[in-house]
Design a protein around this ligand. Structure first.
Ligand code: HEM
Length: 398
């Protein structure tokens, strides 16, 4: 048996063992997210509490609910690109971060509440763009869970958590039942004793949804613009598919698009997975993976990046080639940009839907030129994004 240590895995069978492990065999290791998201976050819960929390959230992420967000996404995109004309230059990640955050804020709080959430929105952007966030890794919390060593940055984190709590209390005071917003599902949820969740628990989940729900999607769409700007053939084929779709007014343009758009989005998430690695730790009993036994405390880290770049699964893995997804189906342990098993991303369908709507509209309306030649993946907290990438509107098409 191998004791302790940090093991990185990429073989699909090894990933299958980890992602289908019985409840309680492995614990999640997301302590680094603790200071911002708090103990009530889905990302930090394990076992029965984790499963229960997912059940509460699921109604807001089902197919029917998600297609209802199409209008909201289109309108928000329309607002974000209203001023764009030939020559407009923009930093892709900044624009898309603002867009995705505006979308998820409206999905969590409701369309009418967006203006009341401006302090929260601004504060979250500042927090997530601050390099000190990663320093949470280097500091241990004291007994009260605080990290005074982070100085003023810690005060900033506490302030945002207070602002989010005030929004939850405001909504609780006006709550009369589920109204389709994610927050209303959380406020309505009761445990087996009939007790509702505290404002602080709801706040932790709201912050989880707001951060995971925009940071990842913004990075995914930014990478999409990068790959499309660099691959003329892919872009031309996508344009042809979009042009074949019946003309629609903007309110109706909310379907999920054609097969080539689907394949393109899959390839974007394969080649640079936004969340490159997962983190688990062996809990109470030894755990077996691929014929080797790992003792309690061992870190097991499935690398989504390495799995997506296995030559035997993806020939020429560094080549951007959406057609591979038209020619072959991959198993959930060969292709897993959203993780898998009981912790698979709750926002997967929403993220894919938003990605498709936004990329399709941008491709349909603009010709974009890449101004930054050497874009390197940059680590942002737990995601990998093309930060700093600049684009220019070369032509307005429609
Ligand atoms: C392209 C966009 C996205 C990507 C690539 C992505 C990726 C992931 C991955 C890999 C995990 C698994 C983490 C693990 O197993 O430890 C995850 C979990 C999660 N994601 Fe996403 N995500 C995206 C969008 C979203 C959106 C839009 C939301 C919410 C609105 C969201 C909310 C969550 C939550 C709450 C979890 C925790 C699930 C759990 O632990 O049960 N994600 N995501």
């Amino acid at each position: 048996m191998e004791e302790g240590g940090y093991v990185i895995l990429s073989h699909p069978e090894a990933l299958r063992s980890i992602l289908t492990a019985e409840v309680g065999a492995l614990t999640v290791c997301n302590d680094v997210l603790g200071p911002v998201l708090g103990p009530g976050s889905l990302l930090r819960l394990d076992g029965a509490a984790h499963l229960r929390e997912r059940r509460w959230l699921m109604p807001g992420f089902q197919h029917g609910a998600i297609s209802g967000y199409g209008r909201l996404i289109n309108d928000t995109l329309g607002r974000a690109t209203k001023e764009w004309s030939m020559g407009t230059t923009f930093k892709a990640h900044d624009v898309l971060q603002d867009l995705s955050l505006a979308v998820i804020l409206q999905i969590v709080f409701g369309r009418d509440e967006e203006s009341r959430c401006s302090e929260l929105k601004q504060g979250l952007v500042e927090l997530l763009n601050d390099r000190r966030l990663g320093l949470g890794l280097l500091h241990r919390p004291d007994e009260s869970g605080r990290m005074p060593a982070l100085g003023t940055f810690w005060t900033q984190i506490e302030h945002i958590r207070e602002v989010a709590l005030a929004r939850v209390r405001y909504a609780r005071a006006r709550f009369s039942g589920p109204d389709g917003t994610l927050l209303s599902f959380l406020l309505a949820a009761t445990d087996e004793t009939g007790a509702r969740r505290t404002d602080e628990e709801v706040r932790d989940e709201v912050l989880t949804l707001l951060t995971t729900g925009h940071e990842t999607t913004a990075a995914a769409i930014s990478w999409g613009l990068y790959w499309l700007a660099r691959n003329g053939e892919v872009l031309a084929r996508l344009r042809a598919e979009i042009a074949q779709a019946p003309a629609l007014d903007s309110a109706a343009r909310t379907d999920e698009g054609g097969p080539y758009l689907d394949a393109t989005c899959k390839e974007i998430l394969r080649i640079y997975p936004i969340v490159p690695s997962l983190f688990r730790r062996v809990a109470g009993r030894p755990f077996q993976v691929a014929g080797r036994v790992f003792g309690p405390g061992t870190f097991l880290s499935p690398s989504i990046y390495l799995t997506h770049h296995r030559e035997e699964t993806y020939p020429e893995p560094d080549v951007f080639n959406p057609s591979r997804f038209l020619q072959q189906a991959f198993s959930p342990y060969e292709y897993l940009p959203f993780g898998g098993g009981s912790r698979r991303c709750v926002g997967m369908h929403l993220a894919l839907y938003e990605m498709k709507l936004v990329l399709r509209e941008l491709v349909r309306r603009f010709e974009l030129e890449l101004l930054t030649p050497g874009v390197a993946p940059t680590r942002r907290f737990v995601t990998m994004a093309p930060s700093g990438m600049q684009l220019r509107v070369a032509r307005v098409l429609g």
